[in-house]
Design a protein around this ligand. Structure first.
Ligand code: ZN
Length: 197
């Protein structure tokens, strides 16, 4: 059977989302067309149309925010430690693990000279200006060549400062339930972080 063109277009748009293959996209599109009323569809499309304009990145830590940063403006968080992560996505993963209650710094990537990502294109300067009352910088970058290189770069940047630098541990055996194991892995990785300076 040939589907109507607008339906195919919706399927194609949905497929742009991660984890959505052809079959799931068709199922979602079918649900939208047959089960959702006009108001719900308008609400969804309005959310999609305005999300980029409504959400911005915190100029200090780089987290996602609307009016004020939910992390920087939270006085209950430990104000003396900063965890350096690669992306907002990694910040969410760590935040969802519930094992860390300090501040964050989103770098916006890792150093990768082969792809033209040099230190000047990442948020290192923004990190340097917020270290006055910081006692520990925790590096939570991916365990890769780029992550290692970036970690080493941070260590060199902070050489003269009286700040402890640690790196979260990797490769800890995990349990069977993935979502639980992920949280567990992360809290263990944080707990077993190693001091590198
Ligand atoms: Zn912030």
């Amino acid at each position: 059977m040939k589907y109507p063109e607008p339906f195919n277009k919706l399927v194609e748009d949905l497929r742009a989302l991660p984890g959505i293959g052809e079959k799931t996209a068709r199922r979602l599109a079918l649900f939208i067309v047959t089960e959702m009323d006009k108001e719900k569809i308008l609400n969804l499309s309005s959310s999609l149309a305005t999300i980029k304009a409504k959400i911005k990145n915190c100029p200090v830590c780089g987290a996602m925010m609307e009016e004020s940063c939910p992390i920087c403006s939270d006085p209950t968080r430990h104000q003396e430690s900063i965890m350096v992560v690669e992306s907002v996505k990694d910040l969410f993963v760590m935040e969802n693990s519930g094992s860390y209650h300090g501040l964050y710094h989103v770098l916006g990537g890792t150093i990768d000279f082969s792809r033209g990502v040099d230190p000047s294109s990442l948020r290192f300067n923004q990190l340097l200006i917020r270290l006055d009352n910081i006692k520990e910088v925790i590096i939570a970058l991916n365990a890769s060549v780029d992550g290692d290189l970036t970690g080493t770069y941070i260590k060199a940047l902070l050489k003269e400062k009286d700040i402890l630098i640690s790196r979260i541990a990797y490769g800890i055996p995990v349990g069977s339930d993935l979502s639980y194991a992920d949280q567990k892995t992360l809290s263990l990785a944080l707990e077993n972080r190693t001091k590198i300076k």
